[in-house]
Each structure stands twice: as structure tokens, then as C-alpha cells.
Design a protein around this ligand. Sequence first.
Ligand code: 5AD
Ligand code: SF4
Length: 439
Amino acid sequence: MSDAPKKLHIKTYGCQMNVYDSERMAEAMGVQGYTLTDDPAEADMVLLNTCHIREKAAEKVYSDLGRLRPFKEAKPGLTIGVAGCVAQAEGAEIMRRMPLVDLVVGSQNYHRLPEMVAAVGRGERPVDTEFPAEDKFERLPERPVQARPTAFLTVQEGCDKFCAFCVVPYTRGAEISRPVARILTEAEKLVAKGVREITLLGQNVNGYHGDGPDGSWGLGRLVRALARIDGLDRIRYTTSHPNDMAEDLIAAHGDEPKLMPYLHLPVQSGSDPILKAMNRKHTAEDYLRLVERLRAARPDLVLSSDFIVGFPGETEADHQASLDLIRAVGFGAAFSFKYSPRPGTPAASRTPVAAEVADARLQELQALITAQQKATQLSMVGRKVGVLFEKPGRLPGQWVGKSDYLHAVHVTAEGIGPGTLAQVRITASAPNSLAGEVL
Ligand code: 5AD
Ligand code: SF4
């Protein structure tokens, strides 16, 4: 460890798994004496933790790297690293295209960052994107005291589903579940360090099948075991595939009060021919029946989803079928994306939908979702909901937290701090948050 404090700037793109990975990278470099900075100008090391899911996200990395050039010129000792899924997919190409990059580290290798930075110090340009034999989680430093009452915990990585549009099975590899005991230990430690809400992460999290003390456990059983940890108040998980929603997990939504009533369950499309072309292996009807079973278990469950518009071959009728599905479900929120061809995926070679058609469909679909989101928020007004407070708001005396249903909630009240879990009466709905009063 060097004595002069060094500064690390991390920019995170994409999903919550990357947010988690960035935190763990910061902790690994923290042991080497690096503290975090929001300002790349004062950094000794800049890490871009990248996303490859859509073309725009991947291309942004190259333009952001270009923007780092003046910082590198001003401070030649600045170490620039690329991590995450673009690193995984195009490691060598990044090095060719961007001479200012000093290291490229894949998603399974970042426990080796300190060694790689040392190699950069010796004038090397290391690229480490192999899927290693060792488990990075076992090599990373223990998690420090948590600044926030909420934390992510990776339980599963990779995806075996091979949806025809998606790079994840290639960038994140085959599904691997962490053993039950290690997850329980990590959760207990997080709780001991002040965490009250844990979001279990996995690219296909409900496909979790980890080694337990008596054979393989599914996610439902894992959730129930986590719920027994005293001091842990809330459990969430993301992201799920409809076909892996096991009976026991659905039941847990009904009888495990710590499992929060919000579920992100991507469907991608409401048209059966498109779902088939996407290799989703379920129909729109299957999804609707699943939503019924979930709501039978937990009537107030708020659902969110992901949609892709303009998938190759999508007709106006297919698009209308997606709108029908959205109307039938009533989502609390949803993300929608214009289809983006990804190199190496089966759909990339198919004939695309005209851009202006896809744009118009995206707008129409987003307008419907926005209306549903607004309706869901309005339905909260007058209700009493649990809120876990995280941080002070912008106004004096104001605090911001998340409701059980994952809405941001603002209150102005005394005696609240990070980690306060309170019952709040919702009094108003703003575009992206709710206001309430503590009961
Ligand atoms: N084009 C557009 N959207 C995509 N997604 C994944 N791959 C693509 C792609 N090639 C979306 C899916 C997924 C979310 C994380 O990103 O909706 O659920
Ligand atoms: Fe990608 Fe999700 Fe399909 Fe896996 S299940 S291939 S991560 S969209």
C-alpha cells in the first residue's frame, strides 16, 4: 500500500449488477489506499464499468474514453481501466482502438485489479477477460461498513436462456449460482454493518440453484432463509425470467412479509410469434397466467417489465399485442427499448424494422406505460406504506426513502435517519416520486 492517498473515479453504465461490481471494485482498490472521487480531473485512476446490452451503451464507452484524453495528457500517471461487459466482449479491440487505456478487466476477474494496476506501474497493458477457475467473491476483501441501509448481493451470474436479441449469455457466460452458505454469511455481515434491505442480484436471478446444506436450493428457499436474519427487514430480487418463477417463490410473495411486493418480470413482447422469434419459450398467455398466480399470492404486488419494440419481423399487429398485454397487466413501471442488433446474437442477421416505425411504436408504448405508472402512483395516495429512509432530501428537514413498492417517498419529519423504517401515509404523487407524512 502506498502512503499518499490516491483517488479513484468509477463511472458505471447499465444494470444493477454493474453497480454492485463497481462497489466491489472500489472496495478492492480501497484496500490499496484508493478513495472514491466524483471528479475525474482529480483522479489517479479512472475505471469505466461498461454495458454491452445495446449499441448505444457500448459506443458511449468509446466516446467517454475519448473525453478522458485531456486528463491523461494533464496527468500522464493517470491509470485508465475498462471493466464490465464491453471489456468482456471487446477487450483486445479496446486496447487497439484506445491507446490511452491501461488495463481491461472482465466481470469475473476484477478481484485481480490490484495486481493489474501494479502491472500497469511496470509499463504493461494487462487484459484479463478469461472466465477464471477461482471464485472472485472468495478473493475480494470483506465488505466494509455500508454507507446506505440498502445493499445489493449477487447470488447468481450469467444466463443460459439465449434470447435471440441478447448478449448477456456471451458477455456474462453460463449460469452460476453461489452456494447458500456464502450468501447467508455475506447477508449477515451486511446486516451487521447497518444494511436493512438486500436486493439479490442475478442476470437470471430466479433461476438460482445454489448448493445448500441438503442439496440444491431454489430462490424461494434462499429468500426464506434470508428472511430469518434478525435486523434484515426487506428482501428484493432482480432480474427474473417468467419461466423460472417456481411455485415456492410465488408462494413466498404471499407468506414472507420481508419479501417486498414489487417484482421486475421482463416479458419483452406481447405477441406470440415475436416471443417465439425471440426464443423466449413462453407465450403472452403464459405470462398473463403467471401474473394471475402472483397476484393471487400477493394481491397488491406491483409489477414492472422490459419491452423491446421493433424486433425483426414485428408487425403492427404484433405491436398492438404488446399494448394489449400492457393493458391487461397494468404495470407500475416498465422499461422499453428500441431493438438494437448485437454482434454475435441470432437476431442480428435478421431484417430490421424501419427506424421511424420502431420510433413511433416506442413512443406509443412508452406513453401507455407512463399512464400506468401515474395511475399506480396515484393509487398509493391515501394509503399507509412502509418506507425505508436512505438520505436527506433537498429541502431542510426533508428525508427520502423507498416505499415497499419501490417508489421514492419524500417526507419532512424529525427523528429520521438513514435506515429508519417507518409507516408513512402517502399524501401526494409527483411525476417520479410520492410525498407523505410519517405516522
Ligand atoms: N436491443 C434492445 N433491447 C435489449 N435488451 C436486451 N438486449 C437488447 C437489444 N439487443 C433489453 C431487454 C432486457 C433489458 C435489460 O434490455 O428488454 O430485458
Ligand atoms: Fe438476456 Fe435476460 Fe434473455 Fe438471459 S433471460 S438472454 S439475460 S434477456
